[in-house]
Design a protein around this ligand. Structure first.
Ligand SMILES: [Zn+2]
Length: 141
């Protein structure tokens, strides 16, 4: 769940912090196996960007024509890694507000929406439905 622990176990990857241009939050240089992270980011976003760029590193470079598709896939995979279904279900017991859930899970709030939209597996949907049903039972009781 913590990308910094992952990267600490991978000495072949170098992390550099820099004042990156424009709205670039991070990027991955496959040739030098370096991940660049913007110094302007807050902790949650820094964690998220590191996880995202680690996935780019592992998945390898893609042709420009597949770039948008790859970004979407990497962002969804990032959300799945940083927001495990059990943690999401625990947070849902306390609040359904994406900002509260993001606070509980130490991730940027927009990542909750991405995780929610990426919840395609029937087992995940069933787990969330069970939490919702429990809460409704409690409200009625
Ligand atoms: Zn990306």
């Amino acid at each position: 769940m913590n990308p910094w622990a992952d990267v600490a176990a991978r000495p072949d990857i170098t992390i550099e912090f820099a004042d990156l241009p424009g709205r670039i939050r991070g990027f991955c240089d496959h040739d030098t196996r370096t991940i660049w992270i913007s110094t302007r980011l807050r902790q949650r976003e820094r964690n998220k960007v590191l996880q995202h760029e680690l996935l780019h590193m592992d998945r390898g470079p893609v042709f420009a024509c597949h770039q948008a598709e790859e970004e979407r896939a990497v962002e969804e995979a990032t959300a799945r890694i940083l927001i495990p279904i059990d943690a999401l279900c625990d947070a849902l017991r306390w609040s359904r507000d994406p900002h509260d859930i993001a606070d509980a899970l130490h991730v940027p709030a927009y990542l909750i929406r991405i995780r929610w939209d990426a919840m395609k597996h029937p087992a995940e949907r069933a787990a969330v439905a069970a939490v919702m049903a429990d809460l409704e039972d409690m409200a009625v009781a």
